[in-house]
Design a protein around this ligand. Structure first.
Ligand code: 5AD
Length: 464
């Protein structure tokens, strides 16, 4: 029997794509190898969002290729995902041991292409073309791996992005926005829930633009029945999707990522207040606190508008956990712009923020902008912002100590498998002394201690 090992770089969408490819290969009789050393097929699912991610995957493939060439020449090597999409044939020119380069609209062909290569019918395959309908092909799940129950699952609802932020490579690696139908997504979610899943995260590059463009050919966002039940509505398609997923019996929690702040209209804010399964958590990538930089980035909102969204969300759900992404050292960012980012971070009091040093990406407008910021300044700003964000995060996490909160238990803690881990509705990880029987349970814990972006809890004794 053949075995495959897939290593994933980058975002949750990549995690999901890898899972779907693994499920597809398992259905064709492959086993999943525990490491690359034991695999007949090694695939790297790549990320292009920053140069560092690309270099890591290339370095990894160089090491693998050197070993394979020397010791196991029959092993098949492949790149898939965003870097495969943006570099294509160039990857094989640079790394001639690579056999397969699979673009972001081609994951569903992985098994067939590997068959052809393994059978010796084709030597190298590079497929990075656009493919109509590919948004609906990421649907197979690897549930209950290792005979353990999956409590959470990711469901891809759309692909691509039309926002064209000037720093971002995603519109070029993931293509135009294309959405699956509500009926199709709900069917997948129902299936997952029937297999024991309690929490679903709806995924896409810009989920708040769900359904704005390009539903698969002539398909309505809602199935015909639902279309009749919900007549004229002012709700965005995304909120209509949330409503539909919310109706699934047995589903306990709904999350989504990644949204765009401009997609937080009143209908979505109102959905947080109205839909109990929609958890109090929002990842709102702000990128910068300076209006001048936001404009150069083509973000489509101002600092004020962003602050207004945060205020409305907190009015609707006072306990909402808010996280963000911030880029430091975007071309033209001067000290004053950066200080506005610092002040925005202090004003919002994010629960956590992912900070990135600006990285020039090929074909993006910002790569050609004047006043690129030297690395040393980008590093300095990264460091200063990180200190601020960590200090705020620490305070926010410590504020939970002594409180009782609901968690959904996901499984053993990765760091210490003797303990169990769960997540609060506001998306904070809680580690506690638990047992396998707690997996999949919604339970109350009392928070006893806060570590670095982790909470520690005791199962609460409920006295009725
Ligand atoms: N340089 C640095 N960070 C980037 N991101 C996207 N493109 C770049 C880039 N060129 C960050 C943004 C985005 C996150 C996923 O990655 O903050 O929200």
């Amino acid at each position: 029997m053949r075995s495959v090992f897939i290593k994933t770089y980058g975002c949750q969408m990549n995690e999901r794509d890898s899972e779907a490819v693994a499920a597809q290969l398992v259905a064709k009789g492959y086993t999943l190898a525990p490491s690359e050393a034991a695999a007949d097929v090694i695939l790297l699912n790549t990320c292009s969002v920053r140069d560092f991610a690309e270099q890591k995957a290339i370095g990894k493939m160089q090491n693998i290729a050197a070993d394979v060439r020397k010791n196991r020449p029959d092993v098949v090597l492949g790149f898939m995902g965003c870097m495969a999409q943006s570099r294509g044939q160039e990857l094989i020119d640079r790394l001639p041991d690579v056999d397969l380069v699979l673009g972001t609209q081609k994951f569903h062909h992985a098994a067939d292409y590997l068959d052809e290569i393994l059978a010796g019918h084709r030597d190298k395959i590079v497929d990075v073309a656009a493919e109509q309908g590919s948004e609906a092909t990421i649907r197979e799940h690897l549930l209950n791996g290792n005979a353990q129950k999956s409590v959470t699952a990711f469901v891809s609802i759309m692909q691509g992005c039309n926002q064209y932020c000037t720093f971002c490579i995603v519109p070029y690696t993931r293509g135009e926005e294309r959405s699956r139908s509500i009926a199709d997504i709900v069917a997948e979610c129902r299936q997952l829930v029937s297999q024991g899943v309690k929490e679903i995260t709806l995924l896409g590059q810009i989920v708040t633009s769900y359904g704005k463009r390009g539903f698969g050919r002539a398909e309505l966002p809602l199935g015909q029945d639902a279309q009749q039940r919900v007549p004229t509505t002012k709700k965005t398609s995304f909120v209509q999707l949330l409503d539909a997923v919310h109706e699934i019996d047995g589903l306990e929690r709904i999350r989504f990522t990644a949204p765009h702040p401009k997609g937080y209209g009143d209908d979505l804010i109102e959905a947080y207040a109205r839909l109990p399964k929609l958890v109090e958590s929002a990842h709102l990538p702000v990128q910068s606190g300076s209006d001048r930089v936001l404009k150069l980035m083509h973000r489509g909102y101002t600092r004020d508008r962003f602050l207004g969204i945060v205020k409305k969300l907190r009015r609707a759900k006072p306990d909402i956990g808010i996280t963000t992404d911030i880029i430091v050292g975007f071309p033209g960012e001067i000290e004053d712009d950066f200080e506005q980012t610092l002040s925005l971070a202090r004003e919002v009091q994010f629960d956590n923020a992912y900070i990135f040093k600006y990285s020039q990406r090929r074909d993006t407008p910002a790569a050609g902008m004047p006043d690129q910021v030297p690395l040393k300044i980008r590093e300095d700003r990264n460091h200063r912002l990180l200190e601020t964000v960590n200090e705020i995060g620490k305070r926010k996490y410590h504020a939970f100590v002594g409180r009782r909160t609901q968690i959904l238990v996901e499984g053993p803690s990765k760091k210490n498998p003797a303990r169990m881990t769960g997540r609060t509705r506001c998306n904070k990880i809680v580690v506690f002394e638990g047992a396998e029987r707690h997996r999949g349970q919604l339970m109350d814990v009392k928070i006893t201690r806060a570590g670095s972006f982790t909470l520690y809890g005791d199962p609460a004794i409920v006295n009725l």
